[in-house]
Design a protein around this ligand. Structure first.
Ligand code: MC0
Length: 144
């Protein structure tokens, strides 16, 4: 049997057109607070992490993603599908080791090597075509 790779749900990534308006929606509707805001040029997004539960390093978040341009992953997603759930981010102990194992198992990777993600995490995406239509992100938190 395959050893368990995913340790927890780190975040749910949601594609939005207006980051500030969406932050306000989650603050007023659910009482969440913003843990971090960042522009990630490499991923083509302005994003905010809103804390839901748990201590730093083991916490879970709602991640709101506004595209920096139309020709970016989130920009294309918004044009094709509109606002909504864009991806799920799962915790892993070691993202590089997880990528090596998944690649050996024949899973289609988007990222061959880990990249910089929110809150200093090391992240990598798996292609939705290999994961039942769900864009899936592996997250190794900075605390580890
Ligand atoms: C595209 N597809 C998706 C999808 N995006 N399916 C499920 N969920 C998504 N989010 C599907 C399309 O519907 C299409 O299916 C096929 O994938 C190709 O789509 P495309 O529009 O032609 O797009 P591609 O091929 O140029 O790119 C798709 C790909 C890309 C997943 C490779 O979006 C990507 O590299 N994503 C990873 C990076 C990313 O998303 N960064 C933004 C978040 P059909 O059936 O029509 O062929 S950054 C982030 O989240 C960081 C800050 C963090 O967490 O720390």
């Amino acid at each position: 049997m395959t050893a368990q790779l995913l340790t927890r749900i780190d975040h749910v990534g949601i594609a939005v057109r207006d980051l500030d308006a969406s932050i306000e929606l989650y603050e007023t509707t659910f009482g969440l607070t913003v843990a971090s805001r960042e522009t990630n040029e490499g991923q083509g997004v302005r994003e905010a992490m809103l804390h839901v539960a748990g201590p730093p390093g083991e916490a879970s978040y709602v991640q709101l993603l506004e595209p920096l341009a139309a020709d970016t992953p989130v920009g294309k997603f918004l044009a094709g599908r509109g606002e909504g759930v864009h991806h799920i981010g799962y915790g892993v102990v070691d993202v590089a080791a997880a990528l090596a194992q998944l690649e050996a198992d024949g899973v289609r990777l988007v990222d061959e090597r880990p990249r910089h993600g929110s809150l200093g995490a090391s992240i990598a995406f798996l292609h939705p075509k290999s994961v039942g239509g769900v864009l899936t992100e592996l997250v190794q938190t900075a605390a580890r």
